[in-house]
Design a protein around this ligand. Structure first.
Ligand code: GMT
Length: 379
């Protein structure tokens, strides 16, 4: 880890599937490559939003063989071997891993496998459930703590997540807070075209986007949506990074057929974001909520539960609406308050957009990662 020049060779590991940590890591890699750094993604598949043909972007697949002896296939060791191999072949300055499990452990092992002069620095970025869920699990917690202690730097995507990591894992080392960022790409279709595709006339478009994991509380989202009045005033679009089939029964039971539209694994999210009027999120826990930030960039105000790091992103009543309970009626009333008041919606939407650009855009956040990289490399 002795980068002499200001451009660096960085290995990035993340989950390649739909999910905030992988999306953030992909965007970061693309932004860094555009700034002249050589970026090597190391994962079992290319990240789903990655433009592999962009200059200075490379992808190295991790192959996992199956063995009869293993009841559970192991990914950590082949990942660490690939990290060491790529580090050596491309003289990486850094391995920046997103989501601690198992990426941080694999990176620390890769570092140990290499001779002293060829060891990249290891930076671990915590995204959420790697602390708030797995950190509580006695089968994972001590290994996560060890990998964090051994990383050369650790970041968390919100002050809330840093606090939870210190509290749950008993970590004492410094953790730098670097919030999520989002840089919208040009939408491929215009608003009118998208609204026509969704069969919208005068209705408002309420948008939810997530990986549908249980922490997102999709049943609560649907219950709340079923209580919004008048029903004819809106449609709900769900951009799903996962299988919506388990929730179809709820849609029927609540009489929401025809009012809920689902699109799965969408890459051109900007086309839908620009067509949305209100974002709606009912998470039980959220370290930051990249989806709210994505909507904010399009002047789309969100209603969400007031949990985790969301208040670091949204100022209540100014750049969004935060609901302190998980009561479907409270949530429905909050959405109605925006549906019925287009002026307030526009005012909050404009404040949301300004806050997103001023605080959580690539030009603001990416230099913070670059500064951290240089600090680690200088050690
Ligand atoms: O923690 C997770 O659930 C995984 C992760 C993901 O890959 O989807 O999501 C987290 O990372 C995002 C990007 O940093 C954050 O914006 C999300 O708030 C966070 N999710 C949770 O904390 C539940």
């Amino acid at each position: 880890m002795a980068a002499a020049s200001s451009t660096l060779r960085i290995g990035i590991t993340c989950y390649p599937t739909v999910g905030g940590s992988g999306i953030l890591a992909t965007e970061l890699g693309e932004e860094l490559a555009a700034r002249g750094h050589e970026i090597h993604f190391i994962s079992y598949d290319p990240p789903f939003r990655l433009k592999q043909d962009a200059p200075r972007i490379h992808f190295h697949p991790v192959r996992v063989n199956g063995y009869d002896l293993f009841k559970y296939p192991d990914y950590t060791l082949p990942l660490s071997v690939k990290m060491a191999e790529v580090s050596r072949a491309h003289r990486l300055d850094l391995l920046h891993v997103h989501y601690a499990v198992p990426h941080a452990t694999a990176a620390v092992l890769a570092q140990d496998m290499l001779p002293p002069g060829e060891r990249p620095g290891v930076i671990t970025t915590l995204h959420g459930t790697d602390t708030t869920l797995l950190g509580r699990d006695p089968g994972y917690g001590p290994a996560i703590r060890h990998a964090l202690d051994r990383s050369d730097a650790v970041t968390a995507v919100s002050a809330y997540l840093r606090g939870e990591t210190l509290r749950l894992l008993g970590v004492t080392r410094p953790i730098e807070v670097i919030h999520n960022f989002f840089e919208p790409k040009p939408a491929q279709r215009d608003r009118a075209e998208v609204r026509a595709e969704l069969g919208l006339r005068d209705e408002a478009l309420v948008l939810h986007l997530s990986n549908l994991r249980s922490v997102k509380r999709i049943p609560l989202l649907l219950q709340a949506v079923a209580r919004i009045q008048p029903r004819e005033s809106f449609k709900l679009l769900i951009l799903a990074g996962g299988d919506f089939a388990p929730f179809e029964a709820d849609v029927k039971r609540l009489g929401l057929e025809g009012r809920v539209i689902v699109r799965t694994n969408v890459i051109d999210i900007e086309s839908y974001l620009q067509a949305a009027d209100i974002g709606f999120f009912t998470s039980e826990s959220e370290s930051f909520c990249l989806s709210i930030l994505e909507a904010m960039n399009f002047g789309c105000p969100s209603v969400s539960t007031r949990v985790g790091g969301i208040p670091e992103l949204v100022e209540e009543g100014v750049s969004g609406v935060l609901v302190p309970t998980a009561d479907p009626d409270d949530l429905a009333r909050a959405v109605e308050s925006l549906l019925l008041d287009p002026v307030r919606r526009a005012t909050i939407g404009a404040a949301a957009r300004m806050r997103a650009r001023e605080r959580f855009s690539a030009p603001v956040i990416v230099p913070r990662y670059e500064a951290l990289y240089h600090r680690v490399c200088a050690r």
